[in-house]
Write a protein that binds this ligand. Sequence first.
Ligand code: M6R
Length: 593
Amino acid sequence: MCGIVGCVLKNRKVAPILLESIGKLEYRGYDSVGISTVDQNGIHLKKGSGKIKEVNEKIDLGELPGTTGIAHVRWATHGIPSTENSHPHTDNEGNISVVHNGIIENFSEIRESLEKEGYIFKSQTDTEIIPILIEKNMNKGLNLEDAVNEALKIIKGSYAIGVISKDNPNEIIGARNDSPLIIGVGDGDYFIASDATAIINHTKNVIYVDNGELVILNSEGVVVKDSKGNVVDKNIDVIDWDAEMAQKEGYDYFMLKEIHEQDSAIRDTLSEKDKIAEIISNLDGINRICFVACGTSFHASLTGKYLIESMSGISTDVILASEFRYSANTLDENTLVIFISQSGETADTLKALKLAKKTSKTLAIVNVLGSSATREADFVIYTRAGPEIGVAATKTYISQLVCIYMFAAILADNKELLNTLNEVPDYVSEVLSKEDVVKDIASKYSDVNDFFFIGRGLSYPTALEGALKLKEITYIHGEGYAAGELKHGPLALIDDDVPVVVVLPPGDNYKKTVSNLEEVKARGAHVIAIGSCEDDFIKTEVEDSFCINDKVKEIIAPLIYVVPLQLLSYYISVERGLDPDKPKNLAKCVTVE
Ligand code: M6R
């Protein structure tokens, strides 16, 4: 996935603004960066591979003339990170410059035929066909807008693009299909961007661009056209979060800031209660539920299965979005398929959503406003966690869980659980106030090579999530396991080099989980238990522990017990000298299948 920005400014140099704005999108990709501007003298361009800071130190990206320009951060999909493969890409004459987020599926055929016509390609990217197709169309006499339109007619795949041309020094053409694009409307300044974080310092007024729409930004304003060329009357929405919310606010990393925002994120998520009740009142005839998601969102979904089946008796499945198309499709009009996604842009999830829509009612539980999933699904619940910049999902996981808890409680008419959710923010604050305990445990175990995380029932997804966080940001091998399953194989791996984190809330599963704890202890494992502050067994028998208010019962434990696990991975990552916000090989939003 990549991030794009474009600005047409009234009377300021655009390159420094683009540099600042594209920096806000670095969570979308960070292997290359580039900026292109246009003025009466033509196209100007600087780009290179590496993080923005490194590239900027070498080639001073903000030093380009003009008031109109586009910028890009890349997460490589076609061609290695290199200067040639970095965006923006230009046509053969250097008169047109393009940034692109997405994947052009039929680029090889198009490239082959353009090469036969004599056009030269400098990169291995799918994107480079776009400026060259536009060039070809303009050579036939089309203006920029029509040339872009004609090019898009033969392109298959996903894209959000920004295009500038020497012939139109005050204009940007944007377009989208299955990749996010918004328009920012300032005071005489106009923007396009992959999301609002990039432009919120300049305007809070945004227009969400829909698939198939073309955007024309120039000094006169903004025009949006549909695929037939008709002008579309679009709403301007006002963003209700501010620039500071997208900054680190004094924390060393976004991940830590986002972990600390969880109590307030939960309060915001709880405000969706009435919306959820309204959706449920429209679900007549539903006799089966199926969750579909990836990664952390998949773990939240697993919790949903436990809650819904145990409280409502409605048969509930959980399917990994990337596997959805391979399972025999037994969904029907009485199935509700719930898609959980922070970004609302995950390609696997969107693909599954499009398939599920054919037979069943769909509900998307999503964090990013106006994202693709929210446009596809029949019903939408926003998690309201605010922007999450760290690649590792933390506050958005908790917010997803809160939505799922509210959904399950309302479905089962469980008022007691619904009321108990109001207590969760305080329990989370209490955990956060004891962060140093986790920090000490992290420093003790930061050199190990393997970890196990175990839990039973509702604590099993928590164990899976703890292990995923560890792998993702510390590069330590971590396995999440159902505590009772260890003896069926993995116990062979346990010795004093493998610490085992046991998720051990008080409740029905407590005793059996303690037996599993004893099993690993007997094999020499160092045990780290997360359990109640009143648990004498933990106090006396366990080497390391983090304790949680005894009032937190098993039913709501997933919402609180995951927090020390997030902190454990965070502090191990920092202890190992890594950047927890930008783990290697990963991107915040995965728009490839
Ligand atoms: O945006 P989504 O929730 O659809 O993303 C799904 C996964 O890619 C995501 O949860 C990933 O596993 C996180 N980086 C984990 O921290």
